[in-house]
Structures are given as C-alpha cells and as structure tokens.
Design a protein around this ligand. Structure first.
Ligand code: 6CS
Length: 379
C-alpha cells in the first residue's frame, strides 16, 4: 500500500513536472500561435512578443518589396519612398526591405501604373492624372479651385476624407490599385512664355497635361488646346514650343528646370498636385494582419512627414527660381483668381453631371467630398 502510494506519488510528480515543462515550452507556443492569428493569412510572420511583458517584439519573415515613384532622387515622391523604406526596415529590424525606384528606371508613368496593376511591383507612388482614362473618378483632383486654397486644409481633407479613402479607393481597387493615402505635393503653378493673368490668356495656347480627359476639358474651358505627354519629354517640348505651357508644383518646376525654357511663372494656386501611396490590391490583401498594420500605420505617420517635406521643397524651389532671376513671377490678385473661378466652377458641375467625358463618374463621391471640403473650410 505504502509502496503503491510511493509509486503513485512519483507518477503524479512526473506528470506534474511534465505539465510544467509543457506549459513553459509548448504552452508558450500555443500562446504564440494565438497571438499570431494576425499572420495566419500568409504564415509569414511570427509573433514573439508577450503582451504582459510590455515588450513589442514582432518578428517578420524576410521580404523585399519594391516601390516605384514618378520622380527623381531628392524630389518629394522619391524622398517619400526612401523615408517609408527606412521606417519599415527599422520597425522590422531589417527583415523587410523596401527598394525605392526613381523615375526612369521602369518606363513611363503609365508603364509604372500598369506594372503595379499587374503586381510586377508591390507598391508605387502614383499621380491620379496618369490613370485618368481607367479610373475616371480619380480625375476629381484635377478640378480647378475645388479643394481648399490652403494646402494644410487640403492635406486634412486628403487624409481624412471618407469619399476618397473609402469610396474612391474602392473604384481604384477594381483596377488592382489600392490607394493607402493621398497627399499634396504642393500648390500648382503655371509656366508659359506669354504670362497667364486672365482666362483669355489661354486662348491659342497648347497646354501640356497628363492622361486625364478632365484636364483636357478644364483647359478647353479657358480656350486652350491640350496635349498629353510624359514629364520626361516636357522640357524639350517646351523648349521647341511643341507645347506652350505646363502646370506643376514649384519644387518640380525648379528641379525639372522648366522655368529655364519658359519666361513666366504664374502663382495661380488653381489646385494641389495630389499623389497617392498605392499598393497592388491582391498583394495588399494577401498580407498578414501584422504586416498590413505595419504598412497602414507607417503610411498614416508619413502624412505629416510628407506635408513638411513638400512645404520645404516648394519654398526652396521658389527661392531658387527667384534667385536665378530669369523668370517673371506673376502672383494672381484676388480679382484675377475670381475671373478664373468663374470659368472653372461650371466645369465642376459638368463633371458631376457626367457631361464632360465618356467615362461615367460617381456623383456621390463628388457630393460627399464637396461636403467634407466645406466642413474643413467652414464655407
Ligand atoms: O508633371 C508631371 O507629370 C510630374 N509632376 C510631378 C510633381 N511629379 C511626377 C509627375 O509625373
């Protein structure tokens, strides 16, 4: 009896010891498995953190993502991609690397958009103007005097708008493009030899635009003709007078040296140059929750960073053009802006009522966005 009890006791001790060991090792695994539900989609990351310990130690499987941009090193889009890359690398302890590509390495802007749509790259910084033919609703950024005149307010709308971040995003996703964020690269200015001060100055001018039917109609409303070409051909086209005018933020006019081949620059503030941080939709949807969260939170943090970056670059761009002294800088007066608005505003309604282009646009996105803009401006 005593012997049996000793045996039983030894057995019980063994079972207990084994259980403790299992809790310490196997139990940890099952906890890890539970907290790793996030990664179950792809099984690509393992969660090594213990929430109770207060330590965040998510481990990611090694991955390489590529991010194409439409600009050169030093310019806003490329610097955005480089900053995004360094934040992702830091947050994942180097497990995930993002390679930013400057413009020109992978074809034209339209080629880059195609590449993203086909999943040839994971991410891209993209201008809506180059997919205006495919995603008609993305042309809304080309409306003149529609977004707030104040770039900070525009950035606020771009960051928080449901019309853009949910409804327009869904339209892009039909084409495998997921816009994760929209941000301003600065207010647009016009350059020309003639000097644009009133809508009638556009008459007879051939304006360079991106691939957007709405841009054509907007400049047609001022009396101009339009031609769509890549920015990489624009300097030569302006120099040879194949086109007479173009629009861009000040930093880009300076860095692409468009002012060298144009006599005047009009500070028109007719809209903001909007860029989108995009991901291939199928790739983005295949990410585990932890990776998705990593991408989303980094993109969100970057909104403030990129606003300051474009602001600095635009201020420096204008200062450099002024310093060179060969370009007449025309700052439109309030009355002159009113004259442009009178021509541009009817185009808003025509756009909203689907009277402008063959492609259907969603009037609900326009209406919702207009309300969101009014909330921000208080008008
Ligand atoms: O005018 C363009 O097409 C170019 N402008 C800017 C500010 N970024 C890239 C884009 O392709």
């Amino acid at each position: 009896m005593i012997i049996f009890n000793k045996k039983l006791l030894l057995m019980l001790i063994s079972i207990f010891t084994l259980s403790v060991l299992l809790v310490a090792c196997g139990g940890g695994e099952s906890e890890e498995g539970a907290s790793n539900n996030e990664g179950e989609d792809t099984g690509s990351e393992t969660e090594g953190s213990d929430e109770g310990s207060g330590e965040e130690a998510t481990e990611y499987e090694e991955q390489e993502w590529e991010m194409v941009t439409e600009e050169l090193q030093g310019e806003v889009q490329y610097e955005y991609a480089a900053e995004f890359a360094s934040r992702i690398e830091e947050k994942t302890n180097g497990a995930i690397t993002v390679t930013p590509y400057e413009y020109g390495t992978i074809g034209s802007e339209a080629d880059q958009a195609d590449l993203l749509m086909q999943g040839g790259v994971e991410m891209a910084v993209m201008s809506p103007g180059f997919t205006g033919g495919q995603v008609a609703d993305g042309q809304i950024f080309s409306l003149h005097y529609f977004f707030p005149a104040d770039p900070e307010q525009t950035q606020e709308v771009l960051t928080n708008s449901e019309a853009l971040n949910e409804d327009l995003r869904a339209k892009y996703e039909e084409h495998s493009i997921s816009p994760l964020a929209y941000w301003t690269e600065g207010a647009m200015a016009w350059t020309s030899n003639q000097g644009i001060e009133s809508p009638s100055d556009w008459e007879g001018l051939n304006m360079r635009v991106q691939e957007s039917p709405l841009m054509r109609e907007t400049y047609a409303a001022y009396g101009a003709t339009v031609q769509s070409i890549s920015w990489s051909e624009l300097y030569t086209a302006l120099d040879r007078e194949t086109v007479d005018a173009q629009e861009n933020p000040l930093f880009f006019i300076n860095s692409a040296s468009f002012h060298e081949v144009q006599d005047t620059l009009t500070i028109s503030n007719h809209n903001n140059y909007v860029a989108m941080t995009t991901a291939n939709t199928e790739w983005y949807n295949s990410l585990g929750d932890a990776e998705k969260q990593l991408v989303d939170e980094t993109v969100t943090e970057m909104q403030e960073w990129v606003f300051e970056e474009q602001k600095r670059q635009n201020e420096e761009g204008l200062a450099a053009i002024e310093e060179e002294g060969s370009t007449d800088i025309i700052e439109l007066t309030e009355d002159q802006i009113t004259a442009f608005k009178e021509k541009a505003e009817p185009v808003h309604e025509q756009y909203r009522n689907n009277e402008l282009t063959e492609q259907e646009i969603d009037a609900d996105i326009y209406d919702k966005l207009k309300e969101e803009i009014a909330e921000v401006t208080g008008e």
